[in-house]
Design a binder for this molecule. Sequence first.
Ligand code: PLP
Length: 442
Amino acid sequence: MIKDVNVIQELMDLDKKHFLHPTSPIKQQQDHGPSFIFTEGKGVMLKDVEGNTLIDGMSSLWNVNVGHGREELGKVAMEQMSKLAFSSCFATYSNEPAIRLAAKLAQIAPGDLNATFFTSGGSEANDTAYKLARHYWILKGQPNRKKIISRTKSYHGVAMGSTSATGLKPFRDFINSFDPDFCYADHFSTEDLRNVIEAEGPETIAAFIAEPVQGAGGLHVAPENYFKEVRSICDEYGILFITDEVITGFGRTGKYFGIEHYGVTPDMMCFAKGVTSGYAQLGGVMLSEKIHQDFTELSTGTLLHGYTYSGHPMACAVALKNIEIIERENLIENAEIMGSEMLKGFRWIQGERQIVGKVKGLGLMGGIEIVKDRQTNERFQTPVAPIIVTEAAKRGLICRSVVFDNQDTVVFSPPLIINKEEMARMIDILHDTIAAVETEVL
Ligand code: PLP
């Protein structure tokens, strides 16, 4: 909290003048300044410059899995920075935290995923996966396999490749030019996936990428058999199967990785966010034993892909400690239990309030659809979810709206440490907010 109103005003003015915000409405920022300037975080709570405290119902950006204010993560970062802040991992140079983290990931990842390429975040992880997939097929003597199939309503990030893969069209329209070798299948239909493969030509497809639960695209949980069928279609056509676990990894869905709910193993798995709970910038791609071995046996030159911060010692040290906390405090189990509580709360609100349509979730990823008429599923002409998000924040709860593709959904992703009382408070605020908004819009 900052007591001096002049300092707060100064920050507002400087923000408007100098700070171009990511994924934010520029005009709104210019007219009103930033909606919050946060100064502190503790557990599931965030505090802003004016002293307002809010429940972080989104774990900020689906990532602060172990909650805010963990001193032991700060301590490990400081110790590693003091000892060795940075050293390169190019040209086979290495460092202990990166080695130990790669080994730990091999231990906790599903199936035979056992080798990791490190990045600084999720977009880089996905771009890396596309590039590794294309290079893999060059090594295998099938250089025409370049295309990547992703899904409608998917979000894979904002680097050029990950923007191209993102199935939410506004993100692609924003740049009006992207990698042409991407195509899209319906997010729930394996029949459509098969049709896309046949139409494009199986011999031209390098990989298929999917989020186990779609988050930013509106919280879509795949049907039970979907990924089993995906796995067998990919095997049938010799296509690599990549899962984007950037949100669903590290306990978010009540299992270590989201794909574990579906009993299949991908060939590559991308991760970021929860690997450090946002305490440091880190992501990566894991390869199966077979893909790793093929790379090892077939590669003759240098793997010409690497970020300066691939295997950053401080970020990797933080990740190791973060994973230790997740395990020590049984946070994956807590995510499963509190996820059921959250869904129960959503169902209660659905019973109380007319504008709540379908409610959905897996572990601590949840969403409620807003409808004008529950019987017909008719939507409001202007989405109401953004109003709910603004009003909930005034009442002390951070959540997020998704309005792409004619959706009107409020989504949630609280820290995995959330307890019963905090969840009850979150549901109460949400109910009161929806009750107030309902009287305005109906
Ligand atoms: N993949 C998924 C599923 C995501 O939700 C995100 C970010 O929200 C990304 C990739 C991109 O990650 P980053 O923002 O770290 O680049």
